[in-house]
Design a protein around this ligand. Structure first.
Ligand SMILES: CC(C)(COP(=O)(O)OP(=O)(O)OC[C@H]1O[C@@H](n2cnc3c(N)ncnc32)[C@H](O)[C@@H]1OP(=O)(O)O)[C@@H](O)C(=O)NCCC(=O)NCCS
Length: 388
């Protein structure tokens, strides 16, 4: 029974702001102090010491793996990288037509038809399917990158780790140590962020006991929007529009005067500097004085914009850089084209989505919120020929 307030209306929390919908021990976002923990480990320590395979294990299983456990999950993530021919055809057909995020959503959805365990809802089958999805999403994104730039599909190389293989399948050559390090970090930093919009979307779909492919497809759909995962690409677009570092302040000032949001700033939970943005910024600072003209310019624009935004809206409004602001130029430095930024975010986040889904199914409850009806009732039905 819902309690109504003194005015006879229920308390409505738009966007579910401030509402707890579930509990979990997967990650903790401390928005006031700008801290993030995966299963109790700070994001800084994982970024410094870990790799993506280990983070997948940690998120899904709840603790760091032993050496044999790490070897096992590494082998599972590597053995599952192949894509069925039908999926490669779908990706090729759609490349150049839809955005890579749309292609990823469609390909992950289609993958369910190739998985013999799709309807097996046992925890073991759900775990197998999760690892297949996490593994194959990186191949889908790499294949999309190949086809979009008019190149042929490259089959996975099982001798490489998850991140190196992704870069190899995308670029056709083994990555440099710096590229691999950037992407190792990007995959770790984006892997999980508690029950945000896309994780919630995943859980809502899964709570109906739809299969995990449906749940992850829902997560991808929710992540696409520029208010969520799409902000990294949008932030880079803005930096390119600014063009010359000297234009940064006037551009931002006039955007704010026009009540426009600056992509890559602000967060529903963080009212302090996003700790992931701090880690990504460390790479960007190096490019300020680097050799590549575009990167040098973008780094300078990003750092000037960051300063101005913090001066204007940081402490006063709690609007700080988020994970997406510095990501664009850093991805470019690793050889990633802008249209793949959000699909890579989704690929990495599939680890968190799967961890939450497997956890939620242990004690599943269908999501069914209420809506306060504000329309009429018992209207008289008027035949169409008599309507005004
Ligand atoms: C992420 C986001 C949706 C969270 O916001 P929210 O909790 O829903 O809060 P709102 O969008 O209602 O914003 C609250 C106020 O802050 C302002 N604000 C929020 N983000 C802003 C930004 N990036 N630039 C300028 N102003 C911003 C809003 O204009 C609003 O101002 P008002 O009260 O004067 O109307 C929002 O900060 C945003 O749109 N950021 C840009 C997109 C982005 O980077 N998304 C990635 C998040 S990881």
């Amino acid at each position: 029974m819902v309690e109504l307030g003194g005015n006879g209306l229920p308390q409505i929390s738009k966007g579910l702001e401030g509402v707890y919908v579930t509990s979990s021990s997967i990650s903790k976002v401390n928005g006031q102090e700008g801290k993030l923990y995966y299963r109790g480990f700070s994001i800084e320590s994982l970024s410094e010491n870990s790799n993506f395979e280990e983070v997948v294990y940690l998120l899904i299983n709840g603790s760091l793996p032993s050496k044999p456990q790490l070897d096992e999950i590494t082998a599972q993530l590597s053995d599952n990288r192949d894509l069925p021919d039908g999926i490669i055809k779908i990706i090729k057909e759609l490349s150049g037509k839809g955005h890579p995020m749309d292609i990823l959503r469609t390909a992950v959805s289609a993958l369910s038809s190739y998985d013999k365990e799709v309807s097996d809802t046992s925890p073991a089958a759900n775990m197998n399917k999760s690892l297949r999805i996490i593994s194959k999403m990186s191949s889908i994104v790499a294949a999309t990158g190949r086809f979009v730039s008019g190149k042929e599909y490259i089959a996975p190389d099982k001798s490489l780790d998850y991140v190196e293989n992704f870069l190899y399948m995308l670029n056709g050559e083994r990555p440099s140590a710096e590229q691999a390090d950037i992407m190792r970090n990007m995959f770790i930093l984006h892997a999980e962020h508690s029950t945000n919009a896309s994780t919630f979307g995943t859980l809502v779909a899964g709570s109906t006991l739809a299969d995990i492919y449906s749940a992850i497809t829902a997560g991808i759909s929710v992540l696409k929007g520029p208010l969520h995962g799409g902000a990294d690409e949008a932030a880079l677009r803005m930096m390119r529009e600014i063009g010359d570092p000297e234009n940064t302040e006037s551009y931002i000032e006039s955007a704010l005067e026009g009540k426009k949001k600056i992509m890559g700033f602000g967060h529903r939970v963080y009212k302090a500097y996003d700790p992931r943005a701090k880690i990504i910024k460390k790479y960007l600072v190096k490019y300020q004085n680097g050799q590549f003209d575009e990167l040098r310019k973008l780094a300078s624009i990003a750092l000037r914009a960051e300063k101005l935004m913090i001066d204007k809206l940081g402490a006063s409004r709690g609007i700080w850089p988020n994970v997406d602001f510095f990501a664009g130029p850093v991805y470019l430095a690793a050889g990633i084209p802008p249209e793949l930024f959000t699909p890579i975010f989704a690929t990495s986040r599939s680890a968190g989505w799967c961890a939450h889904m497997l956890d939620y199914w242990k004690d599943n409850k269908l999501f069914r919120p209420l809506e306060w009806y504000t329309g009429s009732i018992d209207l008289e039905y008027i035949p169409i020929e008599k309507r005004q």
